[in-house]
Design a protein around this ligand. Structure first.
Ligand code: C2E
Ligand code: CA
Ligand code: CA
Ligand code: CA
Length: 280
């Protein structure tokens, strides 16, 4: 009996692995066409000032509308794009598209906003990164101080000297730098001090169940106090409730981002809202 069960289990496992491998292969294959077939787009989510409620930035978030599978979330395809290197042309396109969007708001006479773009590890390590950033700014005509790049702690910790040099080159261009998902990586405070960044984005896991969760209250307050000491601004991510918002206002968080204010929405929809209500 046990033997038979074992064999069946193995057969099942084999088919399962086979299907999984097939699935990955087809995703990787489809990703190669996604950019050229206009299946990729950017959604935008505003960051609002915690004190006066005004929008001061928008984060660009990648969307893939697959012809048969429908919408595929970035967490489900970016790892493959990283693995295959497809993230390099895709990331280059994201930079240009996001800069064009920020420039278009300006061209329509709306109050200027920063646009925040996520960089992947492979992009950060790529020799053409600086070239691709310059290209996006030159082609769109966006001034560099309206662009912000988001990187994660793990990207900084692998090769600290490379990271510091690269960040300095980006900073010298006049672009802002943010550390994304802050608190989930392993960077120590002494490492952080060496990094020429402007802003920390507190990971949304720390906002969970605030103000009930005392540990999360302690962690979020400590990150914000520390950031202030280091002269950095703080964005709280994943703000979903008024209670979280009030807590963040009380502890002097700089900016807030989350479903409470807006889900990520397509550019035309964002523009229509922003036009109707540019100061909130
Ligand atoms: P992220 O950079 O941390 O982006 C924030 C994620 O949190 C987004 O998920 C956003 O939709 C979600 N979010 C925002 N507010 C709330 C909230 O109040 N509650 C909850 N539960 N979630 C909220 P999304 O768009 O699925 O993106 C997932 C991740 O994919 C991003 O995490 C980022 O790491 C990556 N990503 C997205 N676009 C790009 C891109 O253009 N390039 C690269 N390299 N990575 C990207
Ligand atoms: Ca981000
Ligand atoms: Ca984040
Ligand atoms: Ca993330």
């Amino acid at each position: 009996h046990a033997k038979q069960l074992g064999r069946n289990t193995f057969a099942f496992y084999e088919t399962y692995m086979d299907e999984k491998a097939q699935h990955i292969l087809s995703i990787e294959h489809d990703l190669r066409n996604a950019l050229a077939s206009n299946q990729l787009s950017l959604a935008y989510q505003p960051q609002v000032n915690a004190q006066d409620g005004r929008i001061s930035a928008i984060e660009a978030l990648l969307r893939w509308q697959h012809p048969t599978r429908g919408a595929i979330p970035p967490d489900d395809f970016i790892p493959y794009a990283e693995e295959t290197g497809a993230i390099i042309p895709i990331g280059r396109w994201v930079l240009l598209e996001a800069c064009n969007a920020a420039k278009q708001l300006q061209a329509e006479g709306l109050p200027h906003l920063k646009v925040c773009v996520n960089l992947s590890a492979r992009q950060f390590d790529h020799p053409d990164l600086i070239e691709h950033i310059k290209e996006a700014l030159a082609t769109s005509g966006l001034a560099p101080h309206w662009l912000e790049l988001e990187i994660t702690e793990s990207m900084l910790m692998r090769d600290m000297q490379y990271a510091i040099d690269t960040l300095n080159r980006i900073k010298m261009m006049g672009i802002s730098l943010a550390i994304d998902d802050f608190g989930t990586g392993y960077s120590s405070l002494s490492h952080l001090k060496k990094m020429p960044v402007d802003l920390l984005k507190v990971d949304r896991s720390f906002l969970h169940d605030i103000p009930k969760d005392k540990d999360n209250i302690a962690i979020t307050s400590t990150i914000i106090a520390m950031a202030r000491q280091l002269g950095l601004s703080v964005v709280a991510e994943g703000v979903e409730t008024k209670e979280q918002m009030r807590f963040l206002q009380d502890i002097d968080c700089t900016l807030m981002q989350g479903f409470l204010f807006s889900r990520p929405i397509d550019f035309e929809t964002f523009k229509a809202h922003y036009k109707a209500c540019p100061f909130h």
